[in-house]
Design a protein around this ligand. Sequence first.
Ligand code: AP5
Ligand code: MG
Ligand code: ZN
Length: 221
Amino acid sequence: MRIVLLGAPGAGKGTQAQAIVRRLGVPHIGSGALLRGALERGDEIGFLAKPYMDRGELVPDDVVVGMIRERIKAPDCERGFILEGFPRTIAQARTLDRALEGEGEAIDKVAYIKVSLSELVRRLGGRWICRNCQKPYHVLFSPPRVEGRCDVCGGELYQRPDDTDYTVRRRIEIYLDYMPRVTEYYSVDGKLMEVDGEQGIKEVQRELFWALGVEDEGNSD
Ligand code: AP5
Ligand code: MG
Ligand code: ZN
């Protein structure tokens, strides 16, 4: 199953992608997480992306597309994957389709998690992320069992440098500019499913699994 997960900054893409991964066992490919990983390792892609990420703007298509094309060619993607936060522009969507077509493959489903702007700001304001496995937490909505530590792997929790007020506003502006064209692209294809992301994490997961046609065994959080 090849799934694309779309949504605004703070919509819950990372949170829900991890639930799908636990259920389907396919790799989670988050474009933002891959860029942050490249930056941490000191790779050239990280160096190219950093000024854009710091401003909350989109990293140029050629940088992101090259990185994703490379990643989806890896052997662990043969049975499928969850692309999260990619594509964000029409150019990215078209290149993805062409790359998959070349292999006789295609995106099966696209889920778009919809959340109001005020809720996005609330969620990003209280977010902490595991430095090791990237699991997102929230001081109010999904706190870790031990303060500052990841429930899953014990990793250290940190706040992303682009979660400041100014950068969050800019990321949301950019999202409002670009996302309608991407959702339009997939709705023409008949692949787009909208999910009400305003609900609690478990409720969103249930609706998302239903939209994707994935059985929800009710045993993942
Ligand atoms: P990226 O890392 O993708 O960031 P983003 O799109 O801004 O999205 P977030 O990660 O902030 O939100 P999320 O939807 O994953 O929410 P989460 O699950 O954490 O991109 C970062 C940057 O990289 C971009 O600005 C850009 O520069 C660059 N980039 C990335 N991809 C690119 C691309 N394709 N092209 C060009 N540039 C690219 O949840 C948020 C919080 O809410 C958490 O605290 C969580 O615990 C909580 N929460 C989640 N769900 C719920 C719920 N239902 N109820 C209550 N709380 C909830
Ligand atoms: Mg994320
Ligand atoms: Zn962790």
